[in-house]
Design a protein around this ligand. Structure first.
Ligand code: HAX
Length: 451
């Protein structure tokens, strides 16, 4: 007994001395310090920003140039001045009255001009011609366990594509700064072109028979992505065109866009920059929210059946919140109304799958979730975002492997991040290097200011 008591005393002593134990002791007091700083000095001005903004994830600070798109909190995204409904009207389509071709959006993002159908068709062909993926890329993906998350396998593929970077070569050969946009352009178009075969390889490796499907040279970019995944239903091709278009860009401050731009500002090449974007996208508060949102919808049906009542739904939402989770697919860092990317997907669902049980469930949740989030008293935007809707549409046409959905967001985002990277280099934008401060610095600043 005495021996065991001795052992406990030794481990207690060790636990007080080891690094993690030290941290465990320190963290609560530093958390209290941060709370105090926020509550006592949150409104203190530091130039034209406040302590709250420094501590609150830089929310609302204008600090970056992003030419390709702009988000208005009430109205949502505009791509080079065009809203989503306007893009759906003016961008060329594959089907009359159908969804825009993402190549048209890429053209718009890069030039600020709406392309003709001929220009878009030529760009589709150019992307297809650039889409050959070197064999080593697939070997790199194959080196990962098949159980690795699809986003991990996708990023590994992007990193493996990097060995063909034209930018890295040109920089090494001393290309002047004013010309760096040209190899950036080459890399970005090659990267955009090669993502569909890499993404579909990951899908078929994990969820299907592992056999790749060749691109069809009669198809456009998004349709080919769907085809290579193994889905040829014309409605799914239309869905993929819409999906890629609306996920392509969302101004510069969101995590995937910002990381790509930040890493690119060190003159890391577009592959390195975009791999960082994809890693940011893989976070559940950002792109992975589409996976989480669909899993949540499916869990509701599993628990309550599809004839769920409003009261059961309210209980389920409260249960989710009380367990410490967020309601994925709702809320936003900038938007203060329903995301127009949600609304256009809803329109698509009303047209093609109005009876889908998951769609009907989401429509009910549109009534139930916002009042509950508002009741919490801290949520700035209780309305749904893009990620609430995208998964159930893919699921309807057979792409039911929820864990894969963020990869398709990633393919789409290459168009926005790539377009801005080209402009970053064309405009010679500088290294990004905001200033950070410590809690002690802020405390002293606020004390001196008060004095
Ligand atoms: N469910 C529960 N709580 C929520 C919430 C939600 N949907 N949205 C916000 N909140 C909470 C926040 O967690 C925060 O709580 P604490 O103060 O306790 O930390 C509080 O409300 C204030 O947050 P906010 O100012 O309204 O929102 P943020 O700018 O901090 O965060 C998020 C924006 C999108 C991350 C947030 O709304 C959220 O977590 N939503 C669910 C995840 C999601 O759908 N993410 C995808 C967003 C769109 C996107 O990037 N797509 O890729």
């Amino acid at each position: 007994m005495a021996f065991f008591r001795g052992l406990t005393a030794v481990s207690r002593l060790r636990s007080r001395m080891d690094l993690k134990s030290q941290l465990r002791e320190l963290i609560p007091e530093q958390q209290d310090r941060l709370k105090k700083l926020k509550s006592e000095h949150g409104k203190v001005q530091l130039g034209n920003i406040t302590v709250d903004m420094v501590l609150g994830g830089m929310r609302g600070i204008i600090g970056m140039l992003w030419e390709t798109s702009l988000v208005d909190p009430e109205e949502g995204i505009r791509f080079r001045g065009l809203s989503i409904p306007e893009c759906r009207k003016v961008l060329p389509t594959a089907v009359e009255g159908g969804e825009p071709l993402p190549e048209g959006l890429l053209w718009l993002l890069l030039t600020g001009k709406v392309p003709t159908k001929d220009q878009v068709d030529a760009l589709s062909k150019e992307l297809l011609a650039r889409s050959t993926v070197p064999a080593h890329v697939y070997k790199v993906i194959d080196a990962l366990p098949v159980t690795a998350h699809p986003m991990t396998q996708f990023t590994a593929g992007i990193m493996a594509l990097q060995v063909e970077s034209e930018f890295q070569k040109a920089y090494g050969n001393g290309l002047p700064k004013s010309k760096l946009w040209e190899p950036t352009y080459e890399d970005c178009l090659n990267l955009i072109a090669r993502l569909p075969p890499v993404a579909s390889y990951v899908y078929r490796r994990i969820f299907k028979d592992g056999k790749s499907i060749e691109a069809d040279d009669s198809l456009d970019y998004a349709a080919n992505l769907s085809h290579m995944l193994g889905f040829d239903d014309p409605r799914m091709l239309e869905l993929m065109r819409l999906h890629v278009t609306i996920h392509a860009d969302h101004e510069g401050g969101n995590i995937s866009s910002h990381t790509g731009h930040l890493v690119g500002s060190a003159l890391s090449d577009p592959y390195l920059s975009f791999a960082s974007s994809v890693n940011g996208l893989a976070g559940p508060l950002h792109g992975l929210a589409n996976q989480e949102a669909l899993l949540w919808l499916k869990s509701i049906i599993q628990e309550t059946g599809s004839d769920v009542t409003t009261d059961q739904l309210k209980d389920y939402v409260w249960k989710t919140l009380k367990s410490g989770k967020v309601v994925h697919g709702f809320g936003h860092g900038v938007l203060r109304r329903t995301d127009p990317r949600y609304l256009c997907q809803r329109e698509f669902a009303l047209k093609y799958l109005p009876e889908d049980p998951l769609f009907q469930l989401l429509s009910k949740l549109y009534e139930v979730v916002p009042p509950i989030l508002t009741e919490l008293g801290k949520v700035k935007n209780p309305w749904p975002n893009v990620d609430a809707h995208s998964g159930l549409l893919l699921n309807h046409f057979g792409l039911s492997e929820t864990r894969y959905h963020t990869v398709l967001f990633g393919v789409s985002r290459s168009m926005g991040v790539g377009s801005q990277l080209i402009w970053d280099r064309a405009l010679g934008l500088p290294l990004e290097r905001p200033k950070s401060v410590t809690m002690e610095w802020l405390e002293n600043y606020c004390k001196n200011k008060a004095a």
